[in-house]
Design a protein around this ligand. Structure first.
Ligand SMILES: [Zn+2]
Length: 295
């Protein structure tokens, strides 16, 4: 079982890196939803796609992201194991479909979908992601009914929950969801635990923005904060800072190549991500997109 799970994980990561968010004929029947307790009444669900943050209590259920539409029933079953109360709010950390493909299902079931305003705008029409994948527009039921610009706060289940906008980074409409009382934050894909984070330059993302956003997040949280990353295992502020340092180092290498006037292929020969990511096709594609930002 562990091998199968590991293969699924590697497969998901490859999808993200090589065919950014490419929906290969994925076998959702074999995907299992695993519930992890984080702290107090906060959990996260792991299946296929982005981590789902979850808070339960007397007011009902608020989830952060919802993975792929074919998994909605399994996700709902996992939630029902924790509470019989319905999902009242679905927060989208950003518009990418491996986090929001279930929107239409949850919207039809009566949940209010909440996102940054730019994320809703992206979902209103078809988008081509960096790397070439086409994400179709959402039906009305799947569009956020409530949006925010700079920040928003919920008071839900006795927990102040802050939606933070750290500027464009992964996309131009990312929300980080900070459960203030419990000191738990869901970062969406601004922070992930696979090696090179997907940066969606086609949709307002940039390496510079991601570095700025991680800086600002690191200043908001503290050493006791538990981080639910967009993908991967629970992490700490130290992990976030290591990730930021990696991005800063790679950006420095890219800037140096730029100053030296290196062509994209000459830049690749300097292996700017050496020590962090293998010198393979997906790393090269990532570096070329990042290098393009500095033209
Ligand atoms: Zn994403």
């Amino acid at each position: 079982m562990a091998d199968i799970k590991e293969n699924t994980r590697v497969f998901s990561i490859l999808c993200l890196l090589i065919l950014p968010l490419g929906l290969l004929a994925q076998d959702f029947d074999s995907v299992e939803i695993t519930t992890h307790h984080v702290k107090d009444n906060i959990y996260y669900l792991e299946g296929s796609g982005g981590n789902i943050g979850l808070i339960i209590g007397k007011d009902g259920v608020l989830i952060v992201d919802n993975q792929f539409a074919p998994l909605t029933n399994k996700i709902e079953a996992a939630i029902t194991d924790l509470t019989k109360l319905p999902v009242t709010f679905v927060v989208n950390s950003h518009f990418h479909y491996d986090h929001t493909d279930g929107n239409e299902n949850f919207g039809r079931a009566g949940a209010y979908i909440v996102s940054h305003d730019n994320a809703r705008r992206r979902m209103e029409s078809t988008q081509v992601l960096a790397g070439g994948y086409t994400q179709n527009r959402y039906e009305e039921a799947g569009l956020p009914k409530i949006t925010f610009f700079d920040a928003m706060r919920f008071y839900f289940n006795d927990e102040p929950i802050e939606l933070i906008y750290s500027g464009p980074g992964h996309t131009d409409g990312d929300a980080q969801v900070y459960f203030l009382e419990s000191n738990v934050i869901h970062t969406g894909d601004m922070f992930v635990r696979y090696v090179l984070p997907f940066v969606d330059q086609n949709n307002g993302g940039s390496l510079d923005g991601m570095i700025e956003a991680t800086d600002s997040l690191a200043s908001v949280i503290n050493d006791e904060t538990v981080i639910i990353p967009g993908h991967g295992q629970l992490s700490s502020r130290g992990d976030l800072l290591d990730y930021r340092d990696m991005l800063v180092t790679i950006r420095g290498n890219l800037s140096r190549a730029k100053v030296q006037g290196l062509s994209p292929s000459e830049m690749l020969e300097t292996e700017p991500a050496d020590g962090f990511a293998p010198a393979d096709a997906s790393t090269n594609a990532w570096l070329l997109r990042a290098y393009d930002e500095y033209r």
